[in-house]
Design a protein around this ligand. Structure first.
Ligand code: ADP
Ligand code: MG
Length: 481
């Protein structure tokens, strides 16, 4: 193949990807594939340029199989994809800078020239049955090296889980946190945190066998061991693990009877030998219906910690951390806007950030608040937007030129009391939250205070021109959302 073929090859890949994703996923295609720029073709290795490390991780995580298939279709069974990640910091940085990929990037612009991604190695599965034949195995831990403790932002929402994780990695198996059971809704960091605990354990105890496995992989391995008459080897293999991490155990509920039984044996064996077991699930142990009751009772032996949705400060810290990792700068106004408007979970927060970066690189535009608003508004529309109490407080305080934390103060100063009352008033009008919840979030007040605040604002609206103007102004702002 001549070198210029890289453009054609990638164009053909894009055609297939577009086709496979179908019209209903046009947005995915536009966001994640259009910004990729082909750079060169050497043998059967195609190098493409992506806007950021973040972007690379995202497509890796979500579209690896698709890309792998397409590359092999185009370049044969040895087809490989290499990513070149652009981190161009030479753009003047007022108010915001980001990385803009271009077709004529200079060498200097590539900070992290090539990340080799030998796709065939990436998702290598261990085969426990083969491994068990060997004496004292060193188990490939299957940990994701990107999910470290350093880049797992700590907040009120995850403090218990994170702290327990640190204790466990220091003294695996010998504390009362065994098993360590972490649960939360999706996208709140369970997989990240257990990987980080695994990595940390390996660092502190290099001699220990640490293994991360998803409940699905475990189930498949067990099924194939059953087909090959190798269940004993399967169990023996797992009994050699010192720190066993099983992710998303809820998938066994209501099925996988035999898998649960095998795991029960392994659990008992490991626990007796003071080996550490770490489990994640989307529910607390007691709510895991469809799991064997003796297994549930084991799961309750240690510590069960819930990871909650992050508050707005933590959301901002997470965004800052991701940007820093990625070598991208963004204005505080942009970060705040995203953090205040995306509150479902961290995965969505990341998704919004990446779409924004992708959009800006695609259109060669700087990331301004304007662009962010357009993008986030579109993004949020598709995942049902809700104005939160946090957001209301922020808008009220911005309008009155007060720092947002004044709402939480006990101060009786008039402007602060008014800011609090206005927040309560709009929270009652706009959100579906109960009076108790509104009160709690607006300075830890009770529901009667919220009712009183609403009446006060209604009255002042009739009698006080300043307040009337203010309320109308705020109404307009919230209507635009
Ligand atoms: P879960 O397993 O609970 O569904 P994940 O661990 O997959 O969630 O997290 C979703 C994404 O959010 C991941 O990319 C992860 O790195 C990120 N994330 C979650 N919590 C944090 C945090 N506290 N700090 C930094 N990143 C986080
Ligand atoms: Mg997970």
């Amino acid at each position: 193949m001549i070198e210029e073929d890289y453009k054609r090859v990638w164009a053909e890949c894009l055609e297939i990807i577009k086709d496979t994703l179908g019209p209903e996923n046009r947005k995915v295609y536009d966001t994640w594939f259009v910004p990729i720029v082909p750079l060169q073709l050497e043998g059967s290795t195609l190098t493409v340029q992506v806007p950021s490390h973040f972007f690379y991780q995202w497509i890796e995580e979500h579209y690896l199989d698709l890309i792998r298939r397409v590359i092999r279709m185009q370049l044969g069974p040895n087809g490989m994809l290499k990513y070149s990640i652009v981190m161009d910091q030479s753009i003047p940085s007022n108010p915001v800078t980001t990385t803009l990929p271009s077709n004529n990037i200079s060498r200097r612009a590539i900070q992290n020239p090539f990340i080799d991604m030998p796709m065939s190695l990436k998702k290598d599965d261990v085969n426990p049955v083969v491994m068990a034949g060997i004496q004292k195995v060193r188990v490939p831990s299957q940990l994701n090296p990107n999910y470290t403790l350093e880049n797992f932002v700590e907040g009120e929402c995850n403090r218990l889980a994170r702290t327990a994780g640190c204790v466990v990695s220091e003294k695996p198996g010998t504390t009362s946190f065994n098993p360590l059971f972490l649960h939360s809704n999706v996208g709140l960091g369970k997989t990240h945190l257990v990987n980080a605990i695994g990595l940390n354990t390996k660092e502190m105890h290099p001699d220990k066998n640490v293994l991360y496995i998803t409940s699905g992989q475990f189930m498949q391995q067990y099924a194939s061991a059953g087909r090959d008459n190798a269940v004993n080897e399967f169990i023996r293999y797992y009994e050699q693990i010192d720190v066993l991490i099983v992710d998303d155990i809820q998938f066994w509920a209501g099925k996988a009877q035999k898998t649960q039984e095998a795991f029960f044996h392994i659990f008992n064996h490991l626990h007796q030998r003071n080996c550490q077991i770490i489990i994640t699930s989307d529910k607390a142990p007691g709510e895991l219906q469809g799991l064997e009751s003796r297994l549930i009772s084991r799961l309750k032996w240690g510590l069960s910690a819930e990871i909650q949705a992050p508050d707005v400060e933590t959301r901002m810290a997470i965004l800052r951390q991701k940007l820093q990792n990625d070598g991208i700068e963004m204005g505080d106004d942009v970060i705040e806007y995203i953090a205040y408007n995306i509150n479902a979970n961290v995965r969505e927060l990341e998704g919004a950030l990446i779409s924004l970066i992708a959009q800006s690189s695609l259109n060669r535009k700087q990331i301004t608040l304007e662009l962010t608003k357009q993008m986030i508004d579109k993004y949020v529309q598709s995942s049902s937007r809700e104005i939160t109490i946090d957001y209301i407080q922020k808008v009220v305080c911005d309008t009155l030129d007060l720092p947002v934390d004044t709402i939480q103060q006990t101060s009786r100063k008039r402007e602060i009391v008014q800011a609090r009352q206005l927040s309560m008033y709009f929270a009652k009008k706009i959100t579906k939250s109960s009076l108790a919840v509104i009160g709690m979030q607006c300075g830890n007040k009770d529901h009667a205070t919220v009712l009183h605040a609403c009446k006060t604002i209604e009255n002042l609206r009739q009698t006080d021109r300043f307040i009337r103007g203010l309320v109308e102004d705020l109404e307009k702002k919230f209507a635009q959302v």
